[in-house]
Structures are given as C-alpha cells and as structure tokens.
Write a protein that binds this ligand. Structure first.
Ligand code: UDP
Ligand code: MG
Length: 316
C-alpha cells in the first residue's frame, strides 16, 4: 500500500541521535491514522549513521533510506528526500530533535483544516549562543525586507507540505536551493505553528558559522535583486558628490585661492573611495554571475550511492 504520510530527515553524522530520533518518531508514527514512511537521507556521514539506518530499515519496514554519494549539504539532502516521497502529506524535520516530532500531529491537524503548508515558527531558542540568536534575528529581518517573496521570520526547514507543494518543489531545477524561500514562493494556503526550539539532543552542530553565512548569502541572492541595485545607487550618490566637488573647486579657484582640500589628500581619498565602490560592485555582480554559471552547467543536484526500502512498501 502506498503511504499516506512521508517524513523526510536529512542526516549528517548523527550516530548519537538517530536511535533516540527513531524512538520518538515511531511513537508518533504509531499514533497516526495512515501508513507512514520514514525517509532518512544520509548526507555523506562519516560516522556510523548509515550503518544504523540500514539496521533500522531491516527492523522496521516503514523506514527507507537514501544515501548520497558524498556530503551535498542540508538543503540538497532535503531535496533528495523530497524526490523520493510517496505520501500525500510530507513532513521535513532535522535529525537532532531540535524539531520535536510530537508536533507532527498538530501539523497534520492544520493540514486537515485546509492548509497546504504548515511551517513551524520558533518562539524561543533554547541553549543557543547570543551571537547565533542575534545573527538569526538580524538575518531574517533583513531577508524579509529584501526578498521578493514574503519569507516568514524565525522559521526553519521544519514543516509540513502537501503533495501538490512537493510536486512543485520537485519540478524546480535550481541548485541554489533555499527551501524556506522556495516554500514561500510556491504559495498555496500557508500557516504557522508556534513552538519552542529545543537544544540539540547530542552531537555537534553541523551548521558551522561559515555554512550558515553561505546559506544566508545564498538566500539573499536567490530571492532578491536589491544587492545589484545598491551599486547603482552608490554610483549615483558618488556622481552627485563629484559634481558638488567640481563646483566647490571651481569656486575656490576663482574666489578663494589658497583654500584647503584642493591638494593631494583629496585626490587619494576620492580614488580610494571610488576604487572600493567599484570592487564591491564587481563582487556583488560576481555573486550573481557565479550562480548563473552554476545553474547553466546543469549538473544533477546530487549523486546517489544507495537506496533502500522503497520497493517493500509497494508490495505490501
Ligand atoms: N545536515 C545535513 N547535511 C549537512 C549538515 C547538516 O544533512 O551538511 C543535517 C543534520 O544532520 C541535521 C540537520 O541537517 O539533521 C540540521 O543540522 P544542524 O542541527 O547541525 O543545524 P542547526 O540546527 O544549527 O540549523
Ligand atoms: Mg540542529
């Protein structure tokens, strides 16, 4: 029988959390009113995660797994999982139990009320550093101002998606995938479910500062053309300043010979200022051009090493 619910969980080096995750998830799955498949996506783990997944899959037929051939990153891992789902209702969540599985029935309830996207929205983050909280706070507000679509603040990838939404996401070929943004872009009826984000159950945070930063830049660039406009505006302002300066210099020349600001220092400052503006503009342009290059190459989003569990459920 075809499953009604699909749970997608990306996993990178989570040997310390997988069993606890499975324990809590299976309690939730047992209580659900339809067939459930649990799709674990191994994103190039170097620990025993894949081994544990194989064991779980042997033990419990509801478990399937997809193993990517190397680490492709969280967003691509989720994408791979979404490519394999068969249910009508799909839930995406992290493996580290920061997204409480017990919330799933509430999400399904909202789906029943007619929402196609139910995203979990954090009201509190437990045990995260003030720096991370500050960065997240600032980032989501900036993104909201700049992005073309309304991306709700303080949401992660923990969400419920209706089959129709998943089909749209799967038909999107782009490789710079900021799933939270794409999810908003799709439209349909969306609603939030408030929750307090728990601390990580065990193991290391996989999103290092560098990765979070890259994800942030990516999302801004994928969902906004405002940065491209910045250089235009700065250029216009610089042009106006230079006209003013020219008038001033002319004035001094004619009426106040011997005034300051006509010498060497002024030139150096102006040259550096314009040089900086140009370099930054080229940099911003480069971010966009680089992404065009990435997209144009049209490589597959990921490579698969191993897939298991999808045949059995079909037979049942
Ligand atoms: N993850 C992944 N690939 C990566 C990094 C992370 O699949 O390259 C998974 C990880 O195993 C976890 C989820 O993505 O299930 C979120 O990672 P993490 O908890 O480290 O991030 P944070 O909670 O800080 O957003
Ligand atoms: Mg986490």
């Amino acid at each position: 029988m075809v499953p009604q619910y699909s749970l997608v969980v990306p996993i990178k080096d989570e040997e310390a959390t997988i069993l606890e995750l499975y324990r809590r998830l299976s309690a939730v799955m047992d209580g659900m009113d339809g067939n459930v498949e649990l799709i674990l996506v191994n994103d190039g783990s170097r620990d025993r995660s894949l081994h544990l997944m194989r064991e779980l899959q042997q033990k419990d037929r509801r478990v399937c797994y997809v193993s990517l051939a190397r680490n492709f990153g969280h967003q691509i891992a989720v994408t791979a999982g979404l490519n394999f789902v068969r249910g009508q209702v799909v839930v995406v969540m992290d493996a580290d139990l920061q997204d409480p599985p017990e919330l799933i029935p509430d999400m399904v309830e909202k789906w029943r009320q007619g929402y196609q996207v139910v995203y979990a929205q954090r009201t509190k983050r437990h045990k995260e550093t003030w720096f991370k909280r500050f960065m997240a706070y600032a980032f989501y507000r900036l993104l909201q101002r700049l992005a073309d679509v309304e991306i709700p603040t303080d949401t992660g990838d923990f969400c419920l998606l209706d089959r129709r939404v998943v089909d749209v996401l799967n038909s999107m070929p782009e490789r710079n995938r900021f799933i939270r943004g794409l999810r908003s872009w799709v439209g349909f009826r969306q609603t939030a479910l408030l929750f307090e984000r728990d601390p990580r159950f065990a193991g290391e945070v996989k999103y290092t500062f560098r990765k979070s930063w890259a994800l942030g830049i990516n999302s801004l660039i994928s969902f906004s053309k405002v940065p491209l406009r910045i250089s235009t505006y700065v250029g216009l302002v610089a042009a106006m300043i230079s006209v003013l300066m020219a008038i001033l210099v002319l004035y001094w020349r004619l009426f106040a010979p011997g005034a300051p600001l006509t010498g060497y220092a002024a030139i150096i400052v102006a040259v550096f200022f314009l040089g900086a503006v140009q370099l930054v503009s080229i940099g911003i342009l480069g971010e966009y051009v680089g992404r065009i290059y990435e997209e144009v190459k049209g490589r597959p989003l990921y490579t698969l090493a191993e897939v298991a569990g999808f045949e059995e459920q079909n037979e049942r």
